[in-house]
Design a protein around this ligand. Structure first.
Ligand code: ZN
Length: 447
């Protein structure tokens, strides 16, 4: 079987992920993501109304024109999880292919939302749910399997294509978590089996976001424990307390909801994305605390903050958007004094999120914290663990899969360097069995 891999997007940056695998006449596309920072540096860009080619020129979505060089038909578009850098370009690109989007239930619902928000293209795509552990026939000789992995959102999988030449494992995004708070632990047993069955693993495409971090990425249960301890230590505080985290990080939101109730505060989720992600999880019967109050629209948010001030802010924990200091997010607006919520000296703000290392985020977050501190707030930051593998996790994945060939992804060249060193130590060499690719390349695996 002739197998080629097109590294379409996300091979020169973190963001706008897209990879296509051609197996004879059949093509499977993994991820179609957005590079949000390329959107946010422009003022007031409404991606919903923009044309794909303009977004490609901005570097915001993958340049999929390379797909015309692959001689085959796309049979499935497979986003691995619901983060925007993996699904955000689906409304702009997927309708050009006559293929269904296949993903886990939570991811499918987020794709559905993305398509509903699209204003430029008339998108009518078949959305197919497939759960982790399940398989799907791609062609006579190819099966696709979803292996359960753990990441900073729920329902993440790594898709595996079983071909006559061996397995192709698409490893974006994950960490090795055996106590993930929500959902099942990573299925390392299945990865080890795949590494040892029949023809083994022909190629492994790896998430190198944190490949320059040494050691091992801690479990979500570690962040949960630190959050619990922090919030218990503030149990007797008789004033305002506000928390923020990634809206898509359902496990973390769940911990915040639970601990707020434990220390006698009513949690309220505020902000459009808080309502969207937690609302979606609730509709899918994800195991979350009962009767969560949440508001996404500006007027409802303002009314809720007004009620919190009237009833006594010591009785509430607003869980809000703005963990990266995004200028238009609620926490930043609260910091600027644009809402009814007033901070007093000593009020607490909990950032259960790290700063995504990028100059824009770093600047925004600095400003947001300054604004909050100027009003007297005390900042508890970085109560967080990453959703991505560090070097020892990468090494463990190589031990489990023992792939014949490697393609590092999800970083720029500098970010990939830590992975190259780790893989070198395992015995791989660039140019021999490790391919350092760029956006728009095609790698021929078998002829
Ligand atoms: Zn992700």
């Amino acid at each position: 079987m002739e197998i080629e891999i097109a590294t379409v997007g996300g091979y020169e940056e973190v963001g706008r992920q897209m990879t296509a695998v051609r197996m004879d006449d059949e093509i499977v596309v993994f991820d179609m993501g957005l590079n949000l920072s390329q959107v946010l540096i422009h003022d007031n860009v409404q991606t919903e109304t923009m044309h794909s080619l303009d977004l490609i020129d901005m570097g915001a979505i993958p340049d999929d024109r390379i797909m015309s060089e692959l001689d085959g038909e796309v049979t499935a578009i497979v986003p691995t999880h619901g983060h925007l850098d993996h699904i955000g370009a689906i409304p702009k690109l997927a309708h050009r292919y006559d293929a269904p989007v296949v993903a886990t239930p939570f991811t499918i619902e987020l794709v559905r939302d993305q398509i509903a928000d699209e204003d430029k293209f008339d998108v009518d795509i078949d959305l197919q749910v497939m759960n982790s552990g399940e398989q799907m026939r791609i062609s006579d000789r190819v099966q696709m399997e979803f292996v359960n992995v753990t990441h900073s959102t729920i329902d993440a999988i790594n898709p595996v294509l079983h071909t006559p030449e061996g397995a192709i494992v698409y490893g974006l995004d994950k960490r090795l978590d055996h106590d993930p708070v929500l959902g099942d632990p990573i299925d390392m047993k299945r990865f080890r089996e795949i590494g040892r069955e029949d023809d083994g693993v022909l190629c492994y495409i790896e998430d190198c976001t944190n490949a320059n971090q040494k050691g091992r990425t801690p479990s979500e249960s570690v962040a949960r424990k630190e959050l619990h301890d922090t919030m218990l230590s503030l149990e007797d505080y008789d004033g305002g307390m506000v928390a923020t985290t990634f809206a898509s990080h359902i496990a973390r939101v769940s911990s915040l909801l639970e601990f707020a109730q434990e220390i006698g505060r009513k949690p309220i989720l505020l902000g459009r994305s808080m309502e969207k992600y937690t609302g979606t999880a609730t509709n899918l019967d994800v195991d979350l605390p009962d009767e969560i109050e949440m508001y996404g629209h500006r007027r409802a948010i303002d009314q809720s903050l007004e009620r919190i001030m009237e009833d006594g802010k010591e009785n509430f924990l607003p869980i809000v958007t703005g963990h990266q200091g995004e200028p238009r997010a609620l926490l930043t607006r609260m910091g600027r004094g644009e809402t009814n919520y007033d901070f007093n000296n000593g009020d607490k703000v909990i950032f259960s999120a790290g700063i995504i290392p990028e100059p824009t985020n770093e600047g925004n977050r600095y400003q947001s914290e300054r604004l909050l501190k100027m009003q007297g707030a005390r900042i508890y930051d970085d109560i967080h663990v990453s959703g991505h593998l560090s070097q020892e996790g990468h090494y463990q994945m190589l031990e489990a899969l023992q792939p014949q060939q490697l393609i590092p992804a999800h970083q720029d060249l500098k970010g990939l360097s830590g992975y190259v060193n780790t893989a070198n130590a395992f015995g791989y060499e660039v140019g021999r069995d490790m391919h350092l690719s760029r956006n728009g390349n095609i790698i021929q695996l078998t002829e």
